[in-house]
Design a protein around this ligand. Structure first.
Ligand SMILES: Nc1ncnc2c1ncn2[C@@H]1O[C@H](COP(=O)(O)OP(=O)(O)OP(=O)(O)O)[C@@H](O)[C@H]1O
Length: 278
């Protein structure tokens, strides 16, 4: 289980960000200066996020570019310290004991680099060793993962010689070789072709079937409808809607009583939040 309570994170604004905001113009007359608006010295990337991801379920964090998804996931993965709030990973307080939390967690992000001079297999083996995985467990998990992801064909090739999709699959195997209870994917399928993306989607479904807690971020609606049991819509660091996928869709009804698609509901929520700002 992942439990996040009232998580907040601000970043100091860089000169470049200031220039971009100045170019975007001042806030509407009478409006409170938005976090990160021209004149503000920091940008609130995450503003009081609370949610819970349960074992055997897949939770999607859905939001547009810059919504704060990666920042939330990096805090959960103990790579970034929040300004406030609490994070529990499989019962471990991630802020008080990040090492114990990390043992129970696998985190995959697009920017996770492989060791290019090591082979695919050596990259995965190295991660297993770091996590103290024994030889028998390693062999069993390695065989299952390499077969599921189709890595066997290039297991002996150096990572530097692999395509983006191949690298991503090796990175996934490396992320979950220690069989963590909680798996967090930050836009795991971005930049992949349909076949590579499918293998990853299948793997997420397998994780759920094995009782893992899965959290993933995306801006692809079809991934949410295909995979998610629960979702939260995030925009400018705030959660605009949250609940079971069916529950959120059941609430998404237009003026004529017709059900909206997830995409229409997403756009409506984001537009409504923008109107409140101006
Ligand atoms: N290290 C940092 N320093 C300054 N600002 C940052 C930093 N990391 C993120 N931000 C800002 O915080 C906000 C949220 O960024 P984040 O990467 O979490 O969004 P995201 O939802 O993952 O976006 P995307 O879908 O584009 O990856 C953005 O405005 C971003 O510019």
């Amino acid at each position: 289980m992942i439990e996040v309570v009232d998580l907040t994170k601000s970043f100091p604004i860089s000169r470049q960000q200031r220039r971009e905001q100045a170019a975007a113009g001042p806030p509407a007359p009478g409006a409170a200066p938005a976090p990160g608006a021209a004149g503000a010295s920091s940008l609130q990337a995450v503003a009081g996020a609370s949610f819970r991801c349960l074992p055997g379920r897949v939770f999607a964090l859905l939001g547009p570019n810059g919504a704060g998804k990666t920042t939330v996931l990096r805090m959960i993965a103990t790579l970034l310290r929040p300004d406030g709030g609490r994070i529990s990973i499989a019962g471990v307080d991630a802020l008080a004991d990040p090492v114990a939390a990390r043992r129970r967690l696998g985190f995959l992000t697009g920017s996770t680099k492989l060791y290019e001079r090591l082979t695919a297999e050596e990259n995965v083996r190295y991660a297993a060793d770091l996590h103290g995985v024994g030889a028998a467990d390693y062999k069993r998990r390695r065989d299952a993962l390499f077969a599921a992801l189709g890595i066997d064909a290039y297991a002996g090739r150096r990572a530097g010689q692999l395509s983006t999709g191949m690298k991503q699959k090796v990175a996934i195997a490396r992320t979950i070789i220690h069989d963590p209870e909680v798996v967090v994917f930050d836009e795991a399928t971005s930049g992949l072709d349909v076949i590579a993306a499918r293998a990853i989607i299948q793997l997420i479904q397998d994780c759920r079937a094995r009782g893992k807690t899965v959290l993933f971020s995306t801006h692809i609606m079809s991934e949410v409808t295909m995979l998610a049991d629960d979702l939260a819509v995030v925009h400018r660091g705030r959660l605009l809607a949250m609940g079971g996928l069916e529950e959120v869709l059941a609430r998404a009804v237009d003026e004529r009583g017709q059900r909206r698609t997830l995409e229409d509901e997403f756009v409506r929520l984001v537009d409504a939040a923008e109107e409140v700002r101006t």
